[in-house]
Design a protein around this ligand. Structure first.
Ligand code: GTP
Length: 220
């Protein structure tokens, strides 16, 4: 097993409506990391219950190795009280919609607003993700309108597919690199009582990915 020194840990959440493909996207990304059992990462997934955590270490373009703590949240409304409690402590958010599901696109502003209301402005870095781009004939959200929405919310946009393995690594890497840049530029700061970015000084961190599930059932 390889090991390396990580300077930072970034907490990143995937948010979006139910069944847009958040779990599939995350599992596809984790397949690129060595050491996690394949059955854990099958692309066919059941609806997420509450929140699941994954962890992967990456080498950023120009800088240190960072540990990404990746939170896969349930899109179903009945789990919202659990997922909401995690918004405050994230530095990065992949806002995911399904390009074949118009409603999931229309709800993106609500997801964005929920995080902003919890955190205050300019704390988290967002990336808008139009998922299931392999389903071109069933598409009902155009690339142009998604780009316009992303621009109006001040974030980047990318289209992904796990079925055709399109842009999956790129989406996570882009978000991680943008967070790193924001840290260097001072737009994001380390804060004692905030878990979005943590300094892990002089610690040997395993490259092996890990996964655990939120233990508590929703009591909404
Ligand atoms: N065609 C296509 N289908 C996909 C893709 N990604 C996921 N799916 C399918 O979409 C369905 C929902 O995927 P999930 O990953 O469970 O969605 P989710 O957003 O995690 O759902 P919740 O956990 O309920 O919030 C599954 O049947 C997947 O196989 C993709 O890139 N292309």
């Amino acid at each position: 097993m390889e090991a390396g020194v990580c300077r930072y840990q970034f907490r990143i959440a995937l948010l979006g409506d139910a069944a847009v493909g958040k779990t599939s996207l995350l599992r596809c990304y984790m397949r690129g990391a060595p050491g996690i059992p394949e059955p854990e990462l099958e692309l066919e997934s059941a609806p997420t219950v509450g929140v699941e955590f994954y962890s992967r270490t990456v080498q950023l373009q120009a800088g240190p190795r960072v540990k990404l703590q990746l939170w896969d949240t349930a899109g179903q409304e009945r789990f919202r009280c659990i997922t909401r409690s995690f918004y405050r402590n994230v530095v990065g958010v992949l806002l995911v919609f399904d390009v074949t599901n118009r409603k999931s696109f229309e709800h993106i502003r609500d997801w964005h607003q929920e995080v902003m209301a919890t955190q205050g402005p300019d704390k988290a870095i967002f990336l808008l993700v139009g998922h299931k781009s392999d389903l071109q004939s069933a598409r009902c959200v155009s690339t142009q309108e998604a780009e316009e929405l992303a621009a109006s919310l001040g974030m980047g946009f990318m289209e992904t597919s796990t079925k055709s393995n399109c842009n999956v690594d790129l989406a996570f890497d882009t978000l991680a690199n943008t967070i790193q840049q924001a840290l260097w530029q001072g737009a994001i700061k380390l804060e004692e009582d905030w878990g979005g970015v943590r300094l892990i000084q002089n610690t040997q961190v395993s490259r092996q990915p890990s996964r655990m599930q939120h233990p508590g059932p929703c009591r909404c």
